[in-house]
Design a protein around this ligand. Structure first.
Ligand SMILES: [Zn+2]
Length: 754
């Protein structure tokens, strides 16, 4: 919540000093909303929860079409007095297994939500591994598992979180450990036996600490198993996810998976998807162990359980004060990928530390003498991969290895040049959404963009982007995708499949646009034209702030010379992407109206209206995808996406392919490219193909084929569960992820200041 407030506040003031100051967001249109004509559509249904006795649990619902009545139900019976959009209760053991739903009405009709299941268990026990006097570092291992199962072990600090950690296997069949510089390891035990590790750490007092850890596995006997992945370390306040992986006898099926917390301070577990547990790590001192157990029951009555250990590190996060770079944000554990790289000793404290302050007496952000922009090392020429990698910070080694290979590709030459505009690249399992931050000059990338194997994906937090539901009250949706030869370039990789792998070519499709976007921000805040006159005695932000405050950034020039004009869309962007509450007028807009507003203006995306910084980054991103990869962007305004919508039922009311090529948008693209990537001949912008209109009234799926295909060649229908899952994921990505992965840091705390 703090995170949202910070970012909302910061971004709102950026938008404000530009054009729309004093306008509360509805764009000056009538405040009288029309009466609804349909029963409410539930846009966010209540989700299942698992909690300990005595905890308070809340269920909430969101619906469009002006709901005026809510009635919550327990096992189908009305709950007296439970008549608002949120229902909270203190749970008792008798609530275990209860199902909660809500009726939403608006005078036209009633809509009933799906059931949310409440699972209740006894209060978990507390473990106190630091209780023994003199303990500086403790170790905990998972209970013995059968060969083929997932085992884990954690180490924690008793005087504060451990500063550095290195696990080294010393005995047993060699296993692959992907988190060997974190407080927790997890791996599949390939055979029965003992696996031994040495842990070398530096504790909070700077003293070396060493431990040996033995983990054992017994011979496999069961044919029905469940594994919980992964044992992990997370900092207090951090979002955390665990996922179950059942192994079934042939012909059997999963009947249920039930979650239970068995130790540690009690947390509320989101089990909306029963195969996945989501929770927020509690505030702790010292480092604290949480354990979670998942129990599988199969259709044939077989059962199995597994446990995961979560170490919560008592790392102090940034105070809620504006001089802190990461105020309201969560800084997770990372380290320099190249331990002996040129900047290894300063990277962490310069770009990703909760203590970082960018102004006032405690100011401790680094000067460029300590951590220069990459352009200062390269003279503005194309950096070598080694120069780039010396500035990479990761939460797991594989992220650095993948990034290194990725940016070395021949089709990433522009990405390498664009990286001149940053001080560092942070890739983390808990970075979500990705962002550029002008206070540090670094980009921060969600590791979900870089995994190649299921084991790599296991360590990445699955918690959805915090902005996922911001459009809940609006009656339309906006969707987007990139396409190549009328194929959606985004692919679905089933989250529950261990056969899933990605290739580097997949990464180009999944991730290149994100890099162009974030590096577009970097090139806006510090354009190549000014990199020859940097003051090494000043910080990254202090080298940016004068031109920022004077409104001299390329995005400022764009807004002055070729501004967006729709105050309505600007107001709606505050709702959709920044979390403002929609007013009655905003709730009443139809997709047709929004399509008309959008097509009459000259943005490349709805997200362009959040801030002028996003406007220029969106123009740039779309151009670079076409220039380097021949990939074009689709954007559409559609009917509202409900929980039952599919791409085959979702109707496009207005849409366009390749909007960057529209005559009204073209000069704006040119301004972006000339400033951010001046080595590109701007005449290439004029050569962009003209946009192709989508067919209003046809589906999002059918509109992938543009222009319309001959009769009889229309697209597949969604018939199998696998196709349905893929479509649901792609539709979620099309409507939510996009902004999800661009965003806030593009202005951050400093953006709101002048
Ligand atoms: Zn952005």
């Amino acid at each position: 919540m703090l995170l949202q407030l910070l970012r909302v506040g910061a971004a709102a003031s950026v938008a404000c000093f530009l054009t729309a100051c004093g306008n509360s967001g509805s764009g000056g249109t009538s405040s009288t909303a029309p009466s609804p004509t349909t029963a409410p559509l539930i846009s966010v249904a209540p989700g299942s929860r698992a909690v300990a006795v005595g905890a308070t649990v809340s269920f909430s619902v969101a619906a469009t079409a002006s709901p005026t009545r809510y009635q919550w139900r327990r096992n189908g019976l009305d709950i007296v007095g439970a008549t608002s959009a949120t229902y909270s209760k203190v749970v008792d053991q008798v609530d275990d297994g209860a199902r909660f739903s809500v009726v939403v009405g608006n005078g036209i009709g009633d809509t009933v939500s799906a059931d949310a299941l409440l699972t209740v268990y006894p209060v978990p026990a507390l473990e106190t591994p630091c209780a023994a006097a003199g303990t500086r570092m403790f170790k905990v291992t998972s209970a013995s598992v059968e060969a083929g199962g997932v085992v884990g072990a954690v180490v924690g600090g008793c005087a504060g979180p451990l500063r550095t950690i290195q696990w080294t296997q010393t005995a047993g069949t060699a296993v692959s450990v992907l988190s060997d510089k974190t407080g927790a390891i997890s791996f599949v035990a390939p055979s029965a036996g003992t696996y031994s590790f040495q842990v070398d750490a530096v504790d909070a007092n700077g003293a070396a600490a060493t431990a040996s850890v033995d983990i054992s596995a017994v011979p496999a006997t069961s044919t029905t198993q469940i594994a919980v992945r992964v044992d992990q370390a997370v900092r207090q306040g951090g979002s955390t996810s665990l996922r179950t992986w059942p192994t079934l006898e042939s012909g059997d099926a999963v009947q249920s998976v039930t979650w239970r917390q068995t130790s540690g301070p009690a947390v509320v577990v989101d089990t909306s998807d029963p195969s996945r547990a989501l929770f927020t790590a509690p505030t702790v001192s010292p480092d604290t162990i949480l354990r979670f157990q998942a129990t599988l029951v199969t259709a044939q009555g077989k059962t199995a359980t597994d446990e995961a250990i979560v170490l919560v590190e008592s790392e102090v996060q940034a105070p809620n004060q504006p001089q802190y770079v990461f105020q309201g944000d969560q800084v997770s554990r990372t380290y320099p990928y190249k331990a002996s790289g040129q900047y290894a000793s300063v990277l962490q404290r310069c770009v990703y530390a909760p203590q970082l302050q960018w102004e006032d007496a405690g100011k401790n952000t680094c000067t460029l003498a300590t951590l220069p922009f990459l352009a200062q090392d390269t003279g503005g020429n194309e950096p070598t991969v080694a120069q780039i990698m010396d500035r990479v910070v990761v939460s797991h080694d594989w992220m650095g290895a993948v990034f290194e290979q990725f940016i070395g590709r021949s089709d990433m030459v522009d990405v390498r040049r664009l990286l001149n505009g940053v001080t560092a690249v942070v890739i983390g399992a808990h970075v979500r959404p990705s962002f550029y931050f002008s206070l540090t000059g670094a980009i921060y990338l969600d590791a979900d963009n870089f995994w190649l194997t299921p084991d790599q994906r296991d360590v990445i937090d699955e918690t959805p982007d915090f902005r996922t539901d911001f459009d809940r009250d609006l009656q339309y949706s906006g969707v987007w995708r990139y396409e190549l030869n009328s194929n959606n370039i985004f692919l679905f990789f089933p989250p529950d499949s261990r056969a899933t792998t990605r290739t580097f070519d997949d990464l180009v499709l999944q991730t290149a646009w994100l890099l162009y976007h974030e590096l577009g921000h970097a090139g806006d805040f510090l354009p190549p034209a000014v990199r020859g006159s940097l003051n090494s005695g000043a910080t990254a932000w202090d080298n940016i702030s004068a031109r920022f405050n004077a409104a001299q950034l390329p995005s400022d020039v764009l807004a002055q010379q070729l501004p967006l004009t729709s105050t309505i869309l600007r107001g709606l962007a505050q709702v959709k992407f920044l979390g403002a509450t929609a007013d009655a007028t905003q709730r009443s807009y139809t997709p047709q109206q929004i399509g008309a507003f959008f097509s009459a203006d000259r943005a490349s995306d709805e997200y362009s209206y959040t801030t002028i910084r996003e406007d220029i980054a969106m123009l740039f991103e779309e151009f670079m995808m076409y220039r380097n990869h021949g990939i074009r962007r689709d954007i559409a305004i559609t009917d509202k996406i409900t929980p039952t919508a599919t791409s085959n039922t979702l109707i496009v009311r207005w849409g366009e392919r390749g909007r960057d090529g529209a005559p009204a948008v073209d000069p704006r693209v040119k301004l972006a490219v000339q400033n951010i990537a001046p080595w590109i001949d701007a005449s290439q912008v004029d050569a962009l193909p003209p946009p192709i209109d989508m067919r209003a009234g046809d589906t999002w799926t059918n509109n992938l084929n543009l222009p319309a295909p001959p009769p009889g060649t229309r697209v597949q229908s969604i018939t199998t569960p696998a196709a349905r899952a893929a479509d649901a994921w792609l539709l979620d990505r099309a409507s939510h992820w996009p902004p999800a992965h661009r965003a806030p840091g593009s202005q951050g705390a400093a953006g709101g200041r002048r």
